[in-house]
Write a protein that binds this ligand. Sequence first.
Ligand SMILES: NC(=O)c1ccc[n+]([C@@H]2O[C@H](COP(=O)([O-])OP(=O)(O)OC[C@H]3O[C@@H](n4cnc5c(N)ncnc54)[C@H](OP(=O)(O)O)[C@@H]3O)[C@@H](O)[C@H]2O)c1
Length: 420
Amino acid sequence: MSTISQGDRYDVVLYGATSFVGALIAEHLARSPQEGRPFTWALAGRAPAKLEALRAALAAAPHPPTAALVADAHDPEALRALCGRARVVLSTVGPYAQHGEGLVRACAELGVDYCDLTGEVHWVRRMIERHEAAAAASGARLVMCCGFDSLPSDLGVDALQREAQRRFGAPLGAIRYTLDAARGGFSGGTVASLTGALVELAGDPAQRRLMASPYALCVGSRSSPAPATRQPAVRRPARDPRDGAWLAPFLMADINTRVVHRTHALRAHPYGASFTYSEATRAGRGAGGWLIAQALTLGLGALGAALLWAPTRRALTRWALPRPGEGPSAREREAGFFVVSLWGEAPSGERLGLRVQGDRDPGYGATAQMCAEAALCLAFDVGGASEAPGGFWTPAALMGEALVGRLGARTGVRFEVVGG
Ligand SMILES: NC(=O)c1ccc[n+]([C@@H]2O[C@H](COP(=O)([O-])OP(=O)(O)OC[C@H]3O[C@@H](n4cnc5c(N)ncnc54)[C@H](OP(=O)(O)O)[C@@H]3O)[C@@H](O)[C@H]2O)c1
């Protein structure tokens, strides 16, 4: 085990290490070779006994955590002390809108890099508005949405546009994302975060209107103003223009599209002000595809309505949905996978596509790999303040190519250019 003297900083502190997804991230960090480079990391959370149990379980791994740090998410002094021990903090403590701001504030004020797994877009916007000035002054780089929402979308668009520039000397004016196939499940933490966001927005029409904009995250001092281009959205069954297969709405589209447009805005619109982007679930061809698309559309609508109405929400969370700390079993995660396609047309009419696939369930097995590697990328691959100043970034805007390379070399998450 590596040792660290008092006052030294760990390369990565994993806050919320005892959450369902946190334990999977801890396992990934403890088993990842660092190519001979010294690497120190620590577990952190609110419950000392749970942290020590996790530390003991990882003791025989090749790179066990060096320490376990204790801090409650609502104790500002403890969070500042935790930040004082970290170069990068990776947080899984959610719902983020409920528990996340204290840590973001501490990182932004103390100049500590931060990444997380949130998909709570309204909270991300609030954090940018409240803490961007502090992050710019301290040099902290904050990167949210480093899980299945939104790495395949954000890094995928970035990689596809790089390839389009290389082949055609021009970006693609429109990109479509389809979730082609996936197997996995949900955790109690995801259900709590999704429900929290739905309920908060339902009670706040002004905020709901802001979040309805695809450009909801084009805010803050480093973002270009949102363009006026109307964005397409798949809200009901529709045809895939590639081959006529049926498409249905995708649960994560309203998160991922906002992150992709923020990346575009942070870079001053390199894909053009009229760039459009949409996400959908591919249901299949013919009558079977139509039926699946109808069922997915109705199912999503019904789930949203049931989570919004308190009596059905209570019944669902008590009887049908996983509770905090629960999620897909090891067997389900290992049998899980995902396949995503992104594609667009060059000005010449030629199609270009990119496939993103993972060999674990998207929400937990693959997400743990993705955000662990995002934290390592932030610690080891991202340059200093002159190259990447402090502020709220997106995964692609800060780490694009480096993170795609890391994931391909060290995990089962692959980005591969294919035909259109
Ligand atoms: N973007 C994606 O693709 C993606 C994928 C998966 C998950 N997520 C998000 O990741 C988050 C975690 O999900 P999960 O299922 O792993 O959640 P979970 O198992 O319910 O864990 C929640 C964590 O928060 C900690 N916590 C709660 N209150 C706290 C406080 N006051 N101080 C310190 N820690 C506190 C809990 O600590 P204890 O262990 O001590 O109870 C636990 O570690 C959720 O927001 C979820 O939506 C996102």
